[in-house]
Every structure is written in C-alpha cells, then in structure tokens.
Design a protein around this ligand. Structure first.
Ligand code: ADP
Length: 304
C-alpha cells in the first residue's frame, strides 16, 4: 500500500573524537562518516523497509550530496518522482560525537527549506492510502500538504518534530498525531522531561481537546499511549537491551504508517510500530538501524 512522505533529506556528517572541542579549541578527531538522514528520509525508509510502497516529496541540491541521497532513495525503493533538485546546497547535519556518547548537532536545512506542496502530489494514479510528515521542512507547506490530503480523504499522520507551535487547523486535519514526551509537553505548554503512563493520559486528553482526533504519545522504554474520543490503548515497549535509540521514533512512525496503510486495526498497528521502534533501539545509527518487515514480524512472533 502506498505511503506518501513529505519531508527532509539530509546528509549526516558524523565526526567522532575522544572529546569535543570547546569554543575556539582545535582537537584531533578519530574519523568522519557520512550517512543518509533527515526525519523525512528516515521515516520514508522505515515505511519502505516495513512493507510500504513509498513516494517521497522533498528537495535536494544539485551537488554530490544530493546525488548520494538520490542513490539512497533508489536503493531503498522509494519513488523519487517528487524529489526536486535545486541550485542550492543539499541539507546537511554536522554531528560531533564524543567517546562518552555526548553529541553536538548543527543542521543546515539547505534544499529542505525549498520544499513546496503541489496538488499533483496527491493526484498520482494510485492515490496514497496514507500521508506522513514531520517539521523539518517549512511548516506552512506541511500545513498545506496535510490539510489538502485530509480534504482528499487520505489518512494523515503528523510527527511534529522538531516541535513548533501548531495551528488548530493543522491539528484538526491530522488523523494521527504522533509525539514523544518532549513534543507532547511543548504542545500543552508545560516543560516535562519524562511522563509516566498516567500523566501521559492527561496530556493526551489535553491534545485531543485541542482538536487532535487520535493521539499517540511515545514514551521511550515505557512504550506508547494512544487516545481517541472513545478509547485509550497503552502498548508496552518490548524488553530489549537498547544500544542507541536514535531514530527509534522514526522507525515507529514509518512502521505505523505501513500498518495503517495495510488497513490493520489500531491495536496491531501500535504493536507493529512498537516492534519497529524497539529493533531500531537495539542497533547503532539512524538509517542502518531501521528494520525490515520480516524483522518486525519475527519480533512480534517472539512474544506470542
Ligand atoms: P523519539 O525517538 O521520537 O524520542 P521514543 O524514544 O519515544 O521516540 O521512541 C519511540 C518508540 O520506540 C517507543 O514508543 C518504543 O516503542 C520504542 N523504543 C524507544 N526506546 C526504546 C527502548 N529503550 N526499549 C524498547 N523500545 C523502545
């Protein structure tokens, strides 16, 4: 089933050093690695690997970084007909990681700042079942995309990361709003580091009163909480030994979109996404950690 992702594509340049330099200091690093990244691309890959036919709307520069990411789209079997190439720099994230795992990240949006919604994105031969977006591309365009998709009767999923203020119109056009603890607390105007299950329910109710139809708050190693007008469903996380939780949320969103596009009942979609998030947490990195459909199914089978 088709999932249309509207979002960012970045080249992640990751520099490893024992210690990170202080302001004005020069230190010798160990190595520099490059990875595909950006929440849009991560979630598109997560959806594709977990079993969806994926199309992506995004923007790359006409540079070698753009060529690299274009090849990633091909390798991951993501339809790139709506990826435009502009005469600007491709989005880049410069990430410094110390041996203690501390990091510092500088993002240059580059081409991601030029992504624009066009009605033709929703008018492909086989209409997408589900659209999925984040907030690493201009929010005004994300808003047009989600609102128009909603009007066209497509199931809409928004993962508003990095979080910003959302208009009531945007929230109301989302069939599913997927937020982590930080994003959820920002939206209700409170600063909370960690939510326990019962607090999450209170926050989810507040998000519903702001117009959200179905809210999912992901709670890291605690799992997730789903709330709609009638039900709440708590899905516990899988017990795994986490190595690196980078992109666990992206794996969750991509896998959730796949399950919803397949018409799965919400309980199953949540379990499928939870398994996706857990597997990503057991592996290092973002894109290399995103699981395939058979890996997710094996994890689900292992607990039955
Ligand atoms: P984000 O990466 O957006 O902050 P979370 O940390 O909440 O999102 O993770 C998303 C989902 O991934 C969680 O709901 C959970 O299902 C799974 N997950 C994350 N961390 C772990 C963990 N340590 N153990 C098991 N599952 C995890």
């Amino acid at each position: 089933m088709t999932v249309l992702v509207f979002g960012s594509l970045n080249l992640d340049l990751v520099a490893y050093a024992d210690n990170l330099p202080t302001l004005g200091q020069t230190v010798t690093g160990e190595k520099l690695l490059r990875f595909p990244g950006g929440k849009g691309l991560n979630q598109a890959i997560a959806a594709s690997r977990s079993g969806s036919k994926v199309l992506m709307v995004g923007c790359l520069g006409q540079d070698s970084e753009g060529d690299f990411l274009n090849q990633v789209l091909l390798d991951e079997k993501i339809d790139s007909r709506f990826i435009s190439r502009q005469i600007v720099q491709t989005g880049i994230a410069v990430i410094e990681v110390s041996k203690d795992g501390e990091n510092r990240i500088l993002i240059i949006p580059g081409a991601n700042a030029l992504v624009k919604f066009k009605q033709e994105h929703l008018e492909i031969a086989t209409k997408p079942k589900v659209v999925l977006s984040q907030l690493e591309t201009p929010i005004t365009e994300v808003e047009k995309f989600i609102i128009n998709a909603h009007k066209a009767g497509v199931i809409t999923i928004l993962n508003p990361a990095p979080i910003q203020k959302l208009s009531k119109e945007l929230i109301s056009a989302c069939d599913y709003l997927i937020v982590n603890e930080t994003e959820a607390s920002f939206l209700i105007g409170k600063q909370v580091e960690k939510l326990i299950k019962d607090e999450a329910l209170v926050v989810a109710k507040q998000l519903c009163s702001m117009g959200a139809k179905q809210v999912i708050i992901t709670l890291g190693e605690q799992g997730s909480l789903y709330l709609d007008s009638q039900n709440n469903i708590y899905t516990p996380a899988f017990k795994i030994s986490a190595i690196d939780t980078t992109a666990a949320g992206d794996a969750f969103c991509g896998a959730f979109a796949t399950a919803i596009a397949n018409g799965s009942p919400i309980e199953y979609a949540l379990k499928f996404a939870t398994a996706g998030g857990a597997i990503a947490a057991t592996r290092a990195g973002a894109v290399p950690s995103l699981p395939t459909n058979s890996e997710i199914l094996s994890m689900l089978a292992s607990v039955q």
